[in-house]
Ligand binder design. Structure first.
Ligand SMILES: CC(C)(COP(=O)(O)OP(=O)(O)OC[C@H]1O[C@@H](n2cnc3c(N)ncnc32)[C@H](O)[C@@H]1OP(=O)(O)O)[C@@H](O)C(=O)NCCC(=O)NCCS
Length: 109
């Protein structure tokens, strides 16, 4: 993503459609946090999804990520369930079984 006045990408977002559902993702470089971009992007993804005949959006975040949790709840997402996500090792030196506690959020649109 680009914004006026910045000569670099400020972050990334995604909308991955599967049938009538889609998963959203978003991240910004730390220097662009707390300026409202997260709210703007999540609301834009919701608007975009509504034009694509998507009926349900999901988002997954680490349970410690208070910023993402607050942002998703502010944009109308509700906690669906919690779980443990295992990180698959990228090479054989990685420890098996490492992971994180995650929360799955959902919003009907
Ligand atoms: C999560 C993230 C996208 C938020 O982006 P942002 O541009 O800072 O969000 P906004 O400025 O729109 O703020 C959204 C709300 O979150 C709140 N917030 C921001 N950081 C917070 C924190 N650490 N704890 C609690 N609330 C927080 C803001 O105060 C704001 O609330 P308000 O509108 O009620 O005042 C950003 O921190 C980020 O990119 N983090 C790293 C990647 C990541 O976690 N991605 C999400 C994975 S699901």
């Amino acid at each position: 993503m680009q914004i006026d006045g910045a000569d670099e990408s400020v972050g990334e977002c995604s909308l991955t459609k599967q049938g009538e559902s889609a998963e959203i993702g978003f991240m910004f470089l730390p220097k662009y946090w707390h300026q409202g971009y997260g709210t703007e992007v999540v609301n834009s993804l919701i608007d975009k999804a509504q034009t694509m005949k998507i009926k349900e959006l999901t988002a997954t975040t680490d349970e410690r990520n208070r910023a993402a949790i607050h942002l998703l709840e502010k944009c109308g997402f509700q906690k669906q369930r919690s779980g443990w996500m295992v990180m698959l090792p990228e090479d054989e030196d990685d420890k098996m079984g490492e992971g994180q506690n995650i929360i799955l959020f959902r919003k009907e649109i």
